[in-house]
Ligand binder design. Structure first.
Ligand SMILES: Nc1ncnc2c1ncn2[C@@H]1O[C@H](COP(=O)(O)OP(=O)(O)OP(=O)(O)O)[C@@H](O)[C@H]1O
Length: 366
């Protein structure tokens, strides 16, 4: 991993509220490393946008220090911030293109502001149009473009001044799934081919799945969990993370579903976590055979993060009672499985699984 290109220490941002101040970002410590794609996730109002706006000083912090590419920016004047901002590109959910300028004009704009001579501007614009695959749209106005094409222009414009960092605030939230995949593919190229560090804000699991190396989970202004995307999602430590995973994966039965499953399946129920090495299948088959019990999958969900499977399966285990107890003991101790008991002796979901199920319930209600 490279060195930290963005560092936050004890950073807070308060906005004056009608009654009391709103602390949108609350005492955050964070490092984003050179060359990574870093995700900031959390529900609406968690403080994600404010956090990212602090990084390019669109908002000024009320406490703490922020270092971007080696420069401590919190005490800089607007004038001194200019070169720092030139090293940070930004793209937005609503694209924020100038309707009155052509595609080429939009991309050239930051170069014009930076005082780049006209001939050089034209050459750079052509290069960027080629990179984002829109060479044939140079003279077109944004209102003639699809959402995905608009975001490509947004990306080209953000890259015009060759920044080291790209900030993407919900950059695919206004796009359909296919176009999203397209734009995410382009962002991956920006990272891999140009070596640009990317910070993405998102509430969408698909974006994290397709893009992020590491993530920070935010709740009420605080970063409550940070780490490698797979580690954080496969074994969430904070309820906010568990809810986020549950809302997209729907792998843990809600209490109502569990109740129905219990009535329909009188055997012992056990929930198995998918292992990061993808070995759950083999492990499960072997353990069932060794204990001479039968297992039927009755609920679950498996997906991928960073190309590794994660999720959980709920099984009904049947067989001779001693053998069933032996099997359940074995998977609980050696694989972190959850014993859910039987219809007559039910056992509750552990806290993080219950949070995951609750998010599924919210999703169903929404
Ligand atoms: N300019 C502002 N003035 C007052 N309060 C603000 C301002 N900007 C943000 N807030 C408040 O700060 C908190 C965090 O908002 P922020 O937009 O950073 O969250 P978010 O996680 O990005 O949410 P969303 O995804 O809905 O944009 C919210 O309570 C919001 O109302």
């Amino acid at each position: 991993m490279g060195e930290a290109v963005i560092s936050l220490r004890g950073v807070s941002k308060e906005f004056p509220g009608r009654h009391a101040a709103v602390r949108a970002v609350d005492d955050v410590d964070l490092d984003v490393f050179e060359g990574e794609i870093f995700g900031v996730i959390g529900y609406s109002g968690a403080g994600k946008s404010t956090l990212v706006r602090l990084i390019n000083a669109l908002e000024r912090s009320t406490a703490g220090t922020i270092t971007v590419a080696g420069t401590e920016i919190t005490s800089l004047s607007e004038r001194a911030l200019r070169p720092v901002r030139a090293g940070i590109g930004m793209i937005f959910q609503q694209f924020n293109l100038f309707a009155s300028r052509t595609v080429a004009g939009n991309i050239a704009y930051p170069l014009k502001v930076a005082g780049v001579p006209k001939a050089q501007r034209a050459a750079r614009v052509a290069e960027l149009l080629d990179f984002v695959g829109l060479s044939d749209k140079a003279k077109v106005y944004p209102n003639k473009l699809s959402g995905g094409q608009k975001q490509r222009v947004g990306i080209a414009r953000a890259l015009a001044t060759s920044p080291r960092i790209l900030l993407a605030d919900e950059s695919t939230s206004a796009l359909d799934p296919e176009t999203t995949a397209d734009v995410l593919g382009l962002l991956r190229r920006v990272n891999a081919e140009l070596g640009i560090t990317i910070v993405v804000i998102t509430h969408e699991m698909d974006v994290v799945r397709a893009l992020c190396h590491r993530i920070a989970v935010m709740e009420r202004g605080k970063v409550v969990e940070v780490g490698e995307a797979y580690q954080v999602f496969a074994a969430p430590k904070h309820p906010a993370t568990a809810r986020f995973v549950g809302a997209s994966l729907h792998d843990v039965p809600t209490p109502a579903v569990l109740e129905r499953l219990r009535r329909r399946h009188p055997g012992r129920l056990v929930m198995l976590r998918m292992q990061s090495d993808g070995g759950a299948g083999g492990y499960l088959t072997r353990s069932l055979r060794e204990h001479a019990v039968e297992g039927t999958i009755i609920y679950g969900g498996i997906s991928e993060i960073s190309e590794r499977p994660f999720g959980s399966l709920t099984l009904e285990i049947t067989g001779e009672p001693g053998a069933v107890a032996g099997f359940v003991d074995h998977v609980v101790t050696s694989a972190g499985a959850t014993d859910l008991g039987t219809v007559d002796a039910p056992l509750a979901l552990p806290l993080h699984a219950a949070e995951r199920a609750a998010a599924t319930e919210d999703g169903e209600r929404a």
